[in-house]
Design a protein around this ligand. Structure first.
Ligand code: ADP
Ligand code: MG
Length: 264
């Protein structure tokens, strides 16, 4: 048998609006996040990037006062379709947060496997061993931790913890990995290491990353979407497209100003 064939799936947001109570924070946002590519979401604080990301994997609906309109498609599946279970959507579309959140007292080994029970997968001991190794290799952490897999996840450095969280997300074999400012709590060396990981995994998982670091957006993303919200108004996408074009020759002067650090 050769390498397993991985079916890549893209994500598509159609006319997404979002509210917290009566406060509308996103207005009809549509965006294609194509398979096997890295899409970066950029824009000033408060313009709805995290909200948009949470809508992409049905976390928004966990907030009691939150509501939304529009559709999110993963390949040909509407993740808000009546027949789609929350856990299915969530297992296909993983999330990595700003602050690394491994289970601190749980071993590195068990941290990698921690998501499996939520999706109802019960691997054998040898399947577990190979999955742990595979995911830690992909997350760029294997060499550093292979001799101490039974040590607690909380003993790792911040950058290592974030790569452990990436390994944990990959273990359920998601189609999409969402990352909300995954490097903003990390030093430059750890940041570059995460960026390398992102570029390595994009051949098997569609990546959507929120970043405030314009150099990072240029280094890791193929496509970019620039979000903006005027004072008290809902966020929207000013423009989106090829990252090089967005930085070199944006259509909108506000995009030019933002990517050149003039505001936000
Ligand atoms: P960004 O990630 O671009 O900084 P957010 O999506 O976090 O933007 O926030 C968008 C808007 O939604 C902001 O006005 C913020 O105050 C509001 N908001 C975010 N989360 C909540 C929440 N849990 N409850 C109420 N309002 C929220
Ligand atoms: Mg945010």
């Amino acid at each position: 048998m050769g390498e397993p064939v991985i079916d890549l799936l893209g994500l598509q947001a159609r006319d997404i609006s979002a509210w917290f109570g009566t406060h509308k924070v996103l207005d009809r946002v549509s965006l294609d996040m194509p398979a096997g590519h890295v899409t970066a979401l950029i824009g000033p604080s408060g313009c709805g990037k995290s909200t948009f990301l949470r809508i992409l994997n049905r976390m928004h609906e966990l907030i009691p006062i939150a509501s939304l309109a529009g559709e999110v498609w993963l390949g040909d599946m509407n993740i808000y379709g009546p027949q789609v279970r929350l856990t299915d959507a969530r297992s296909h579309i993983g999330m990595v947060f700003q602050k690394p959140n491994p289970f601190p007292t749980m071993s590195i080994y068990d941290n990698v496997l921690a998501g499996l029970k939520f999706v109802g997968i019960k691997p054998s001991r040898s399947e577990k061993d190979s999955l742990v190794e595979e995911c830690l290799v992909k997350a760029g952490l294997w060499k550093e931790v292979q001799s101490r897999l039974r040590s607690p996840g909380g003993g790792l450095s911040g950058g290592q913890q974030q790569r452990l969280c990436i390994a944990r997300s990959l273990a359920v074999r998601p189609k999409v990995l969402l990352m909300d400012e995954p490097c903003s709590a990390l030093d430059p060396t750890s940041t570059r290491r995460i960026e390398e990981t992102i570029m390595e995994i994009k051949s098997e998982v569609t990546v959507v990353i929120v970043t405030h670091n314009m150099q990072q957006a240029q280094r890791v993303s193929d496509l970019c979407a620039f979000f903006l919200a005027e004072q008290g108004q809902p966020g929207y996408i000013v423009e989106s497209g090829d990252t090089v074009a967005m930085f070199d020759s944006p259509q909108d002067p506000r995009t030019f100003d933002y990517v050149h650090g003039r505001f936000g």
